[in-house]
Design a protein around this ligand. Structure first.
Ligand code: IPE
Ligand code: IPE
Ligand code: MG
Length: 250
């Protein structure tokens, strides 16, 4: 996998999102369409992730958060869950050195409970190896759920209040300090592959003012060019954050 391919240059964008969140969806359908099993689709998704990481670096994005396994994905068959756990581990081990060379800082967001300890260990090792990198911050959302993250933050505030025998007013700033990664910036661009138009519980708090781009491509068909198409769409949008600009002549 090449980082900078001279044949495939990123276009110039009016504005580049600082934080892109991506729901890597459609692996199962991609595989089934080819007469393959769902797990073959997950295998094919690895190259797409690397493509998107390379494309994000080239476009100058500083944060990329990838949804790899949701708190709802435990509902899948034991075989698929087992495959996904093992495969997440395998991909991290196989790719961490390459990502380290690319100056990527790997982080993990999600819940430890239920997650295989060996997966947690692999995530922590990748975090340690790449901790000092200054390039793209890649957050792998593994056993992540937006509602659960918000509940965990609320619980942490309640526990602190009980311990200190005093309660403080809950503010956005205090609440955000209890999220899994308090320094994660708000999501600017939220991309989902595979044509599904829903968030599936991803980054509910952080994506409250994100621009959403839903794409038809199934995840294994995603490339850096697909990512750049989404960034081009984003850069043509006017973000208002609730404010308004009066321009009656337009
Ligand atoms: C996304 O692809 C990968 C994970 C959820 C882990 P899916 O496995 O959801 O594929 P589809 O949506 O069934 O095609
Ligand atoms: C979202 O995709 C989770 C990940 C990509 C990891 P799903 O395929 O699990 O979501 P639903 O079931 O279509 O909402
Ligand atoms: Mg899916």
């Amino acid at each position: 996998m090449i980082l900078f391919d001279p044949e495939r240059k990123a276009p110039r964008f009016e504005s580049v999102p600082k934080h892109i969140a991506v729901v890597m969806d459609g692996n199962g359908r991609w595989a089934n369409k080819r007469g393959l099993t769902r797990t073959e689709g997950h295998r094919a998704g690895e190259a797409a992730l690397l493509e998107v990481i390379a494309g994000a670096i080239e476009a100058g994005v500083s944060n990329l958060t990838a949804y790899a396994f949701s708190t709802e994905n435990w509902k899948r068959s034991p075989e698929e869950v087992r495959f996904l756990m093992g495969y997440n581990k395998e991909v991290l081990r196989r790719r961490r050195d390459l990502l380290n060379q690319w100056d990527v800082r790997i982080r993990w967001s999600g819940r430890e409970s239920k997650l295989w300890p060996s997966v947690v260990k692999e995530l922590q090792e990748a975090e340690k190896l790449t901790a000092k990198n200054k390039g793209l911050t890649l957050t792998m959302a593994v056993n992540y759920g937006g509602r659960q993250e918000i509940l965990d933050a609320a619980q942490a505030l309640v526990d602190k209040a009980a311990k200190n025998k005093s309660s403080q007013r809950v503010t956005q700033a205090r609440f955000e300090k209890e999220l899994y990664l308090p320094d994660m910036p708000d999501v600017d661009l939220f991309i989902r592959s595979s044509g599904e138009i829903r968030t599936s519980n991803f980054l509910l708090w952080q994506a409250s003012y994100a621009e959403y781009v839903f794409m038809e491509e199934l995840w294994p068909d995603f490339s850096r060019e697909t990512l750049w198409k989404a960034i081009a769409d984003y850069s043509g949008r006017q973000r208002r954050f609730g404010a308004a600009v009066d321009s009656p002549l337009n």
